[in-house]
Design a protein around this ligand. Sequence first.
Ligand code: MG
Ligand code: ZN
Length: 219
Amino acid sequence: MNISVVENVLKLNDELAAVNRGKLKDHRIYTVNLIGAPGCGKTSLLESTATLLKNKLRLAIIVGDLTTQRDADRMALYCNHVVQVNTGKGCHLEANHVRTAMERLPLKEIDLLIIENVGNLICPVGFDLGQDVKVGMFSAAEGDDKAAKHPYIVQEAGLLLLNKMDLLPYVNFRQEIFRADIHRINPKVDILDISATRGDNMAAWTNWLCARAAKSATQ
Ligand code: MG
Ligand code: ZN
């Protein structure tokens, strides 16, 4: 009984995600579903990303959070098109949240949509939102075992970010173990070592976004 309820919820979600995907494709919007634990630096990454992409890509951001408006308020300083979704007790975004948020965005004026999922490495991975790619985010402050403990995001990610490289001298994070775990789980995925606050590899990240967005604009 329980299993069929879960299956139905996921089936409905997949149907709505397909509608989102079609609409985003019609508008040639490249869409990223950004998934990482609370405190890994998702919002800081997006602040810096929005700054770097100014005059390059027209960016919109959907921010998922349980109850607060804080991330959207932070983002609004850097990006003109920010929609906050409060999920209440929900620990992940679903396609229906994104569908509603998209209604509040001027889709014709957007090249790149980044969806900051609720801080959580587990169930956000299982809910398709209609994105082109999932980007998984870890940080050096979280510990080098996190990729091994959360294999599903590693398996599904089109790119992985390791943030807070500026903290590396102060934390016990063995990069070789983190990288070996990822390579074992998903040999194909690239890992970008970044610091959203210090700027490490932020050009590589924004170039990656620009290349992907340019490609989807011509398809
Ligand atoms: Mg955040
Ligand atoms: Zn959840």
